[in-house]
Design a protein around this ligand. Sequence first.
Ligand code: XIL
Length: 328
Amino acid sequence: VDSLRFHAAQHHLLYGCAVTPQALKSDPRYAALVAGQSSILVAENAMKWAPMRPTPTTFYFDEADAIVAFAEKHRLKVRGHNLAWHRQLPRWFEVEANTGNAQQLLTNHIEVVAGRYAGRMHSWDVVNEAIKVEDKRPDGLRICPWLNLLGPEYIEIAFRAARNADPQALLAYNDYGIENERPEDYRKRAAVLLMLRRMKARNVPIDALGIQCHVWAGGEYGPGLKSFMAEVRGLGLQIFLTELDVNDRRIAPDPAVRDKAVADCYASFLDLALSEPAVTVLLSWGITDRYTWLNAEDAREDHLPERCLPFDRDYKPKGAFFAIRDSF
Ligand code: XIL
């Protein structure tokens, strides 16, 4: 088949996907599909705190290393995800982390992890999902372990540590809930912009905004996202579309109807998002319906398997693939 990498490159974009090291190892057809379609990879889980930090003083690198090795073997770029997040923290974190050691824990983690892959990464999601308007703080920040331990400065601390550890990687802030035309998306975009402006004013080393893009079939994508992206460009930042997939939970069970709704959503969302010149990278959160987090986390009420990604469970391209290809 045609490759998304090729079509993206024609328009100076990188296409890639999130990968799981287990499948890269055990499923050669999956590995071939990933290598044939992508120019950039990201670990779906392997570079998060929980898998990387079995104990407060130790690191586990095998799976992350396997992804980087696979990428380098196939001459693909790699993004890191992520260095500070409120989810997927190791169990010991709640017991061991306190206001006295949190800064050291965070900066040491970043030095070791980002340092290990320094010079080989396209970018890092330094901070993930730090904004939650519903938590009602004037600065829009989410009330989370890192905020509780270090205050709002944890963001700045993380970015400075990341720049030190890997001066070549582009540093990104990554978030969701900023894609739609719902009132809550408008509020969240305003909070994200406020945070990015403050970071720029304080010379925090940030190069990009990551927009996750877990979008919905039937969702509405329009002027709110468009003008937001233009403002982000005005701050001198690149935009990465980091975790694209299409949830079709609201669509009737007929597979042909679902595939059409999913493909239409890819087409209309990307038509808008790729019209923004600051967008340089697009990654989908997986590549085949065989391996997608939505089967586990946001499953349909009828429990039918997901059809959210460009390739089906048998690695055949479907409507979503052609929609993505034609959007470049
Ligand atoms: C998800 C993974 O896909 C799942 O396998 C895991 O159980 C939970 O995390 N936003 C993010 C990603 O930034 O890290 C999440 O990945 C999906 C939502």
